[in-house]
Design a protein around this ligand. Structure first.
Ligand SMILES: Nc1ncnc2c1ncn2[C@@H]1O[C@H](COP(=O)(O)OP(=O)(O)OP(=O)(O)O)[C@@H](O)[C@H]1O
Ligand SMILES: [Mg+2]
Length: 229
């Protein structure tokens, strides 16, 4: 049973890929609602593995993963897809927008997949695009936007279904200095407005600007924690 206020709970989680050493090893971690947790660590330390386990895209070899009261490690494929649509927003280094859909249609997609009525979805998309400062690009295709604008659209799409958790894997990794700064500020504001964030990054400026707590992974182990929750 997860303690009240805890959104993510890893209990003694190990992930072993075939033939390799463990990507995560005996990891125990709690993230509370409202936190912005930055996960740092060198290449190969297990950061993306951690995100994949939270998102239900992969299963631990042993241990339990609980998110928002859901035992993610136990979900079958269909339940896992539904879990992601409802509870997880994801933002990636290279935006992962669909280039042949307009900005608006990209943002509407998660709502469509969840069967949200069109009018309601349009209203939410409009609200998000305005909030994120990209409403004037609604009818444009992502290819015409700057990197920073594309990442704002990706954030809008990730937030469409009001997920309790927003995951980001190197969200500033492909951006120039100015766009990176924009996205840092945006994520900081989202967290101030109550959005729980988990950010995997090499960008110390992002961790410093945005994180309420920072942890580091080394060889699949927790290396150091900041202020405990
Ligand atoms: N699908 C896979 N099959 C086999 N080994 C994998 C797989 N995915 C990851 N690994 C291994 O698990 C370890 C952790 O990888 P992971 O991708 O989590 O690292 P990371 O911290 O995200 O690195 P980076 O900063 O380069 O993105 C690495 O040794 C990697 O080679
Ligand atoms: Mg990675």
């Amino acid at each position: 049973m997860t303690e009240a206020g805890v959104l993510i709970e890893f209990d003694d989680v190990t992930k072993q890929y075939d033939g390799g050493t463990a990507a995560l090893s005996g990891l125990t971690l709690r993230v509370r609602t409202g936190e912005a947790l930055a996960v740092l660590g060198p290449s190969g330390s297990g950061k993306s593995t951690l995100l994949n386990l939270i998102a239900g895209l992969d299963k631990p070899t042993s241990g339990t993963v609980t998110v928002d009261g859901v035992r993610v490690d136990r979900l079958g494929e269909a339940a896992s897809a539904q879990y992601r649509r409802r509870r997880i927003g994801m933002v990636f280094q290279f935006f992962n927008l669909l280039d042949d859909l307009t900005v608006l249609d990209n943002v509407l997609l998660p709502a469509q997949l969840s069967g949200v009525p069109r009018q309601k979805a349009l209203q939410r998309a409009d609200e998000l695009l305005t909030y994120l400062g990209v409403a004037r690009h609604a009818k444009a295709f992502p290819g015409r936007l700057s990197g920073g604008e594309r990442q704002r659209v990706a954030v809008a799409r990730a937030l469409m279904n009001r997920p309790p958790l927003l995951l980001a894997d190197e969200p500033t990794g492909a951006l120039d200095t100015a766009s990176g700064q924009e996205v840092r500020q945006l994520l900081t504001e989202l967290n101030r407005d109550g959005q729980t964030l988990l950010l995997v990054t090499h960008d110390l400026a992002l961790a410093e600007a945005c994180a309420t707590r920072t942890i580091s992974l080394v060889d699949g182990h927790l290396a150091a924690t900041g202020v405990p929750a």
